[in-house]
Every structure is written in C-alpha cells, then in structure tokens.
Design a protein around this ligand. Structure first.
Ligand code: GLN
Length: 527
C-alpha cells in the first residue's frame, strides 16, 4: 500500500507550497523511497492544453504525452522522476469522467452527486498515480487555498482518504503564510490560526504545518501557533525565503522534516539521506559571478512563466559552465526589424522557443535571420525550428512563398511545414537518431536521444535535398514515423534547431546536453 502526503495551502496563493512539497519529495527519495507527485487543480478546464500561456504559463508535457500544469515541471526538476498522465488532475477532468460515466449508464440510474461520485473519482486517480509508478510515497499538492469554493471536492476526497487508506498511510501538511507587518514590526500568526480552523471545519486536522515567511520565525511564535492549532511544536516547520529555491531542501532537512514523516508512516530502516550533490550545486551557484547574455524571442514574453522550463534549462546549463544567465526578453510581436536587430546586437546567443499561430512570427524570423547572418549561436525549439526552416527557404533558397499549414492562406504546395502524418497532435516521448559527423551528435556525444514532443506540424520532406545542397542539414530524424527532428547549418558556429522540447527533461543536477552545448557556444562567442 502506498503512503499519501497531502499538501494544502492557507492564507494566500503563490505561497510556494509546490516547492515545499517537491523538497519533501527529494528528501524522501534520498532516503531510498520511490516517490511520485500529483497536483490537484480546481479549474474547470480538462487540462491546461488549450489555456493561454499568458494566463496560465507554460504547458508541461510528460513523458507519456499528457499536457499538464507547469508545477509538474518543478516537481520533475526537484525529484528527478518522470511523472505521468495521472500526475495532473483538474476539476474539469474529474467532472468530465463522471459525466461520461453517467451518459454511459454506469451509475445504474442512481442520482450522481459530488459525494460520493466526484470524490470517488478523485480517489480513483489518487490510487492510479501510485499504481502507475509503483511509488512508495505519493505527494499530492492540492491547488488553491483552503476556503476556496472550487477546491472543496478535493479537500473532501483527501479527508475520506484517511478513512479509506488508514491513518498510518496518510499524512496532512498545511502550508501557510506568516506575514511580517512592517508598521507593527512583527510577524502575524493569526492568518495561520484561521486557516487551520477552516481546514479543521472540513474535517482535516493537519499533522504538520510548514510556515512560509520572509525571515526565520522565533520559537515564541511557533509555540503560539501550536497552542491555537493543537499541533505540537515539533510538527511545525518553517520555510523562509532563500535566494536559491533548492536551498529549501537543505533547510527542511536541517529541521528533520523527513524524520517526522517517516515516523508517522512507521517506515523504518531507510538509508541516510545524502544531499552532497545539492549542497555542491548551491555552493557553486553562489560562487558563480560571470554572466552570459541570452535573448529569448517570443510573443508571450510579458509572462516569464510561459517559458519557465526553457529559463530553468538555460540556468542548469549555465551553472554547469560556471555562468549565470542574463536574459534579454524580446517581444516578437509589436516590433520592427530594426528594433529586433538592435536588441540582439550585444547578446551572446539567441533562443527561439516554441509557440503557436501566425501572430508575431515576423519578429522571430528577423531574429533567426540575424542570428544566421551574424553567426550568433542560435537555438530554435519546436516552432523555432519550423520558422528557421521558413527563414532559410525564403532568404537563402529564394522561395518567397513558403509557409506553414498552421498559417492562413498557405496554398499551392508551399507548405514547407505541413500537417504531420496523421494530422494528430504529437505528444510525449519519441526517439531521434542523429546523423554521423553532425554538430548535434557531437553536442550530445550520443547517436540518439529520447525527447518529448508537442506539435501538430512538421518539416516537409520534399525540401530535404534543396536544404542539404545549400548547407542546411537534416541531422536528426525520427525513423519510426519518418519525421525531420533536427536542422543545422554547416557554415555557422552553432545554428541548431530541434522539433522536440529539450527543456522538459533538463534537471539542475543533470543539465541537458543541448542547452549545455548552446551555452558553451554562447561563452565562446562572448565579445
Ligand atoms: N505550432 C507548432 C505546431 O503545432 C509548434 C508547436 C510548439 O512550438 N510547441 O507544430
């Protein structure tokens, strides 16, 4: 039987409870347990696939091809485990499953209700997350804040979980904000008291509190919270602001948070946690001073979360090369060619990330042209690669009409980017084979890679010969479904474009070779 840790949040959202949950995941994994994570999201969308990146941030794609919440990216970067389609559960998904069942007559004419039908479906997905990964411990973050109307069915389901799975197999953590009032010069514990009260009114007595604050909290305040909430001071932990988020792992370890959880679960004889690689990484980040300047050219730049995995991957690669990343955000939409090129004048590298739709493509194409002609290291991801193909065909091959099936009025066989083989959205992991003697193969130092995809369109084979004859080589290929995965320019220090999304699999302790190769090239290019 798997053990379940439920993490709820109180007082405000954006508390960083996901980071606390993931840090606990790292600690339990380092004790030798198999850990997986799951996120409950109260929104009614079935998944974030169709949500605007400007509203919701990036869509994170799992190995098995689910389009999920960006929090899963944080989880994977922390616990370094592949999550699954059961790891991201929204209200919409739960309701859809129940309504589909009802339409198929599966409830035998009964009245379908939140309790038990919705809560049963939530518990079914809890068990699936465990079974699918064979995890010893499932850490479940309940999105939103206790007291929100939307999260009530999830809270009710986790309340029932203790009845169903047993006390020894369930553990409730409530993370709350302890704000500092400048005018009064003191920390305020009352919001936490109220939030615990609210949670108790729903039938959940937390086993542990994690207090989020700007500064460390004195024992006196912990005792006060303990008195008002009926939670032992030993079960009250704190997570104050730190400059590097991965330090939270070490801070929680220092407080022995893992011990208390393992004791509750009656898990004995685990190995000692070894966090030396995390300690080494944090030390190295703190000692790094030199910077490398990378431009990200996209149309969602006003919300950096839209590119969160790309940003994190650049950082991982930077740390491995003893560099901090200085990002230059370039909005591809409201701009002229001159403005774009002026912005790119003194950057060390250019990155064109994934994207959708025709709006804002000119800016990206100008940036690609500039990177190509000025010999600046340039990395294109997914849509970035597709636009690099269009730029090359237009400006080098003189094929002015080329377009993508994704754009309006792409007629007459000019679709250099065309609908893929079965017009399906290609999602999840596929294998890419690299050509011998290619730059990409050198960068990976491997003959193939497994990477996650998220696209509907791909490179049209009819252009392969013309591209290769003019120095743009097809150096990565999916043999199984015959698709072009990598383009690279021969006569350029580093101009590599990939149809897949390397950013989904980069980890702080395992920087992705492609980002690392890109940063190396940027460093070489530094003026
Ligand atoms: N819009 C492109 C496609 O669907 C690229 C998608 C992406 O960049 N993720 O093929």
């Amino acid at each position: 039987m798997a053990k379940y840790i439920f993490v709820t949040g109180g007082v405000v959202s954006s508390l960083g409870k996901g980071i606390v949950a993931a840090s606990i995941g790292v600690l339990l994994k380092s004790r030798g347990l198999k850990v997986t994570m799951q996120k409950f999201d109260p929104y009614i969308n079935v998944d974030p696939g169709l949500m605007s990146p400007l509203q919701h941030g990036e869509v994170f794609v799992t190995k098995d091809g689910a389009e999920t919440d960006l929090d899963l990216g944080h989880y994977e970067r922390f616990i370094d485990e592949n999550l699954t389609k059961y790891s991201s559960v929204s209200s919409g998904r739960v309701y859809k499953a129940v309504i589909d069942n009802e339409r198929q007559g599966r409830y035998m004419g009964k009245t379908v209700q939140v309790i038990p039908h919705i809560t049963d479906e939530i518990k079914r997905l809890l068990k699936k997350a465990a079974a699918n990964t064979k995890a010893d411990v499932v850490i479940v973050e309940v999105g939103g804040t206790v007291g929100d109307i939307e999260s009530l069915p999830f809270l009710e389901a986790i309340r029932q979980a203790r009845r169903e799975f047993g006390e020894e197999n369930t553990f409730y953590i409530h993370a709350t904000l302890v704000p500092y009032l400048k005018a009064a010069g003191e920390l305020k514990t009352k919001p936490t008291q109220h939030s615990v009260k609210e949670l108790k009114s729903l039938g959940i007595q937390p086993d542990m509190l994690v207090l989020r604050s700007e500064e460390p909290i004195e024992q006196e305040n912990i005792d006060k919270i303990s008195l008002f909430t009926d939670i032992n001071p030993e079960a009250i932990f704190q997570s104050y602001d730190v400059p590097i988020i991965y330090e939270i792992i070490l801070n929680l370890k220092k407080q022995k948070i893992d011990e208390l959880i393992l004791n509750h679960f009656k898990i004995e004889n685990t190995k000692e946690a070894n966090l030396s690689r995390w300690e080494g990484l944090i030390k190295q980040i703190k000692e790094t001073k030199d910077k490398v300047k990378v431009a990200i050219v996209g149309k969602y730049v006003s919300l950096h979360d839209a590119y969160i995995s790309v940003i994190e991957s650049l950082k991982h690669a930077g740390w491995a090369e003893n560099k901090l990343i200085e990002l230059v955000w370039v909005d591809s939409e409201k701009t002229t060619k001159e403005q774009i090129q002026n912005k790119l004048k003194d950057v060390d590298g250019i990155l064109i990330p994934g994207g959708f739709g025709q709006r804002g493509i000119d800016g990206k194409i100008w940036a690609l042209e500039y990177g190509r002609i000025s010999k600046i290291p340039t990395l294109g991801i997914c849509f970035g690669m597709q636009l690099a193909a269009i730029e090359f065909a237009k400006n080098v091959l003189g094929l002015k009409q080329v377009c993508s099936d994704e754009f309006e009025k792409c007629y007459n066989d000019n679709n250099i980017i065309r609908k893929n083989y079965n017009n399906r959205f290609k999602l999840g992991e596929y294998v890419t084979y690299f050509k011998e003697d290619s730059k990409i193969r050198e960068v990976y130092d491997q003959s193939q890679t497994r990477e996650r995809h998220r696209h509907r369109y791909e490179f049209n084979h009819k252009y392969i010969d013309r591209f290769e004859q003019n120095g743009m080589m097809i150096t990565g290929y999916n043999r199984q479904i015959k698709a072009v995965d990598v383009l690279e320019l021969v006569d350029h220090p580093w101009y590599i474009h990939v149809q897949y999304h390397p950013e989904y699999i980069s980890r702080p302790l395992k920087p992705h070779p492609l980002f690392r190769g890109f940063i190396k090239a940027c460093v070489k290019n530094q003026k």
